[in-house]
Every structure is written in C-alpha cells, then in structure tokens.
Write a protein that binds this ligand. Structure first.
Ligand code: S3P
Length: 432
C-alpha cells in the first residue's frame, strides 16, 4: 500500500484539461458495442474502472482496439458466454450497466468484483431486470450474480426507489439491446448520460412530466456516429476546484463536462463564496462542455439536501473538505446513498476529516461540519476509496502540518494523474 504525503502550502493553481468523464466513458464503450459499425472513442478516461468495462467487453467477444494517441475503437461482434466470471473490479457502473446488456443477451455470464463491489447492493438492478424477463441467480443480492438473458418483455414499467443513474441505465440498456419499450419513474433527476447517448444513437428517451422516462420499441442495432468525443470529468475537477477554493488559489479546467445533472458542486462552490466562471464550449457526445474557472474567496457554511445531493453525489467528499474550510456550520442531508458507494463514505469522510482536525458530526443521512479553523493535518487511511483519498489530500493542502494519505494508489480507479497535478499545482511554503 502506498502513502502519499501532502504539505500544507501556498495557493493551489492549475490550468489544464482533464481526462474524459468516467460515467460517459463507460457508456461510450458499452453503448458503442451495440452499434452496427466500429465506434472510435476519443478522450476516454484510461483508469482502473474503465479498464474493467473494456475487459468485460473483450471477455464477451467485442473487439477493443487501442490506437496510438489514446483513441479506442469498439468493434461490434456477437457475444458468447464467457468461460470465466467477468471481474468488474471496483466499478459499480461496469457491473450494473453490463448487467442490463446481459439481461437482454441469450447467453449466460457471471459478474463479480473486488471486495468493495461485492458488498454493494445489486437487488436494485436484479429486481427490475428479472421483472423484464431475465433469469438472474443471486443468493445474497450482492455480486457474484449469474445472468441468463434474452426473451425480454416489452412495455414493462419500473418505479425506482432511489434516484440512481446506474439502475435507470441498466433498465434502459436492457430495453435498448432487446429492442423493447420500457417506462421508468425516477424519484429525482439522476445523471442522464445514457439518455443523451441513446438519443445520439437514434433511440431517444422521452421525459414526461412527473418524472417518467419512456423508451419506445426500436431496432436492436444502434446507428452511432463514427466517433464519440468524451468531455473532461467534473467529478475529478471537483477536487482541484475545492483545492483552489480553500487555499485562495485558482483552478481553470478546459473541455469540462457541465451536464446540469452533474454541476451541483459548482453551485455549492459559488454558494460557499468561491468565484465560479463558466465559459461554454461546443458540445461533445450530446453533452454540454465548458471552460470552468474557480477562485478562492471568503468561504462561509452552506446546506445541501434533496435534488442537489443527487447532482453532487460523487463530489460530496470534496464538498466536505470545502465545508471544513468554510466559516460556520455546513449541513449535508438526504445523502444516505453515500453509505453504499465504494465505501461507507459518510463514515469515512467523518472519521478521516476528524483525524485531520476538523469538527464533524456524523448523521444517518449525512454530516454536519463546523468549519473555518485551520486543519492540523495527520495520517489518514483512504480505506481503498479513491474519492476519500483525493478528499483527504486536498484537505492536507490547507492544513498546518503534513498529511499522509495511506492507500494513495486507489485514486487510479478514476483519476490516475491526480498526485502529479496536486504536486505541480502548489507553491509550498507560501502562506494561503
Ligand atoms: C454513476 C452513477 C452514480 C454515481 C457513480 C456513477 C453512473 O451512482 O455515484 O459514481 O455512471 O451512472 P448511482 O447510480 O448508484 O447513484
């Protein structure tokens, strides 16, 4: 296990373009595999999670060609039952979205993952996919699960208990691959990358008033563009934005995905008192893109609940660090889903930030931070969770002493260049 040391230092500054969005990269690979012809994915994220998706596609028989310069070609092919279980690693998106595609494919496959993924709830996809007609064997409602797909019914209706893009996408991808119609009700607007990419591929998903989504019957083979260009990942940028905000610095990220279902973190940074400037660029893969600049300011406490939590769900570890630096009380509520992410992030955020000197109170569905004082720093274990590792590192930038992040290598799950960017972006020694 590697340890990365962060020195509290001067203002964090960065001006760069980030690797592709993780959620959109997974979808480009998976939906690209449904195309009638080869799809070239440009600017894809190359990380442990997205490699899990490519590995799964190869195990099933799709062609994956890695081009010089980083482009990846997804070559369509009929899928066969894989000889061994498919290992989704740490990636919930791989497991849940792939389960949707497998539910519609007349082969049998077993999905499994690492210890963290094998603890995460899968009943939320097993139930709707079974209701559509797939046969899914799962003893405990967790991975490993065995899927025997095919013969899906048309016109099933699903009311989701949680606002989850992975669950909605599993159902939409099952219906798309089967060519059947489906209706889904989501309690809140979870990220809509699947809907956008299906529209680009000629299978539009209609949003009706009252939260229902409808996909009509259509061709099983999609008409994708020859190339999909992936915008930068706002969930990775969030750590750099918070780093700039809490150290009185400036982070400018070009080519960044700013899909409104993902920009809760920008709203919160603004509400906390940071300066946020969004300059629109041309769309990529049906997604809004912009250059976003965040500058530090006088930070004050803020509250997050309801739909805003869904729009910032993966950024809440970074937002907790923002709260620790912001003067006064910040409250995060309605975020119980954080307990079933790569780790129990409510517990992890609270215990980790407390170790670094923050005043944090854990609640069943979130946390309360009394912020504003300077953190002390210290030693903190990321417990295998990439977003906790990055959050603790960013907290360390504004601490008095040094901060050791134990298990630093797990950031490779989503942001392989993170430690290098963090080191080049700070001027050690100059006071924030
Ligand atoms: C994701 C959806 C979210 C998010 C995850 C990626 C996706 O999970 O937390 O990191 O790509 O669809 P849920 O669908 O469980 O909310």
């Amino acid at each position: 296990m590697s340890v990365s040391r962060v020195h509290g230092g001067g203002p964090f500054t960065a001006d760069l373009e980030l690797p592709g969005d993780k959620s959109i990269t997974h979808r480009a690979f998976l939906i690209g595999s449904l195309s009638g012809k080869t799809v070239r994915v440009i600017g894809a994220l190359d990380s442990a999670d997205t490699r899990s998706t490519l590995g799964a596609l190869e195990a099933l028989g799709s062609g994956v060609i890695r081009r010089n310069g980083g482009a990846i070609d997804i070559v369509p092919a009929a899928w066969c039952s894989p000889a061994a279980p498919i290992d989704c690693g740490n990636s919930g998106t791989t497991a849940r979205l792939l389960a949707g595609l497998l539910a519609a494919t007349p082969i049998s496959a077993i999905l499994t993952g690492d210890a963290s993924l094998r603890r995460r709830p899968m009943r939320r996809i097993i139930d709707p996919l079974s209701a559509m007609g797939a046969r899914i064997g799962a003893e405990a409602g967790t991975l490993p699960i065995e899927i025997l797909g095919g013969g899906l019914r048309t016109g099933t209706r699903h009311e989701l208990a949680v606002a989850s893009a992975q669950v909605k996408s599993a159902i939409l991808l099952a219906a798309t691959r089967a060519g059947v119609a489906v209706s889904i009700h989501e309690p809140g607007p979870a990220r809509d990358h699947t809907e956008r990419m299906l529209s680009v591929a000629g299978r539009p998903v209609t949003r009706l008033p009252g939260g229902w989504l409808e996909l009509e019957e259509g061709p099983r083979e999609l008409s994708m563009p020859n190339e999909l260009n992936i915008p930068g990942d706002i969930s990775s940028a969030a750590f750099l934005f918070v780093a700039a905000a809490i150290t009185g610095g400036r982070a400018r990220v070009q080519g960044l995905g700013v899909n409104p279902t993902r920009t809760g973190v920008l709203d919160l940074l603004g509400r906390a008192g940071a300066r946020v400037v969004i300059e629109p660029e041309d769309d990529r893969a049906g997604e809004a893109v912009a250059t976003v600049t965040v500058e530090g300011g006088e930070l004050r406490g803020f509250e997050v609940s309801g739909g805003e939590v869904v729009r910032a769900i993966d950024e809440l570890p970074a937002i907790a660090v923002l709260a620790a630096a912001a003067r006064g009380r910040s409250v995060v509520a309605d975020a119980a889903e954080l307990r079933v992410k790569e780790s129990d992030r409510i517990r992890g955020i609270c215990s980790g930030l407390a170790k670094l000197g923050a005043r944090v109170e854990e609640r069943p569905d979130g946390f309360v931070v009394e912020g504003g004082g300077r953190l002390a720093g210290g030693s903190v274990d990321a417990e295998g969770d990439h977003r906790l590792a990055m959050a603790f590192a960013v907290a360390g930038l504004a601490a008095r002493g040094t901060t050791d992040v134990i298990g630093a290598e797990c950031v490779d799950v989503s942001f392989p260049g993170f430690w290098g960017i963090l080191r080049t972006g700070i001027a050690p020694g100059s006071a924030p």
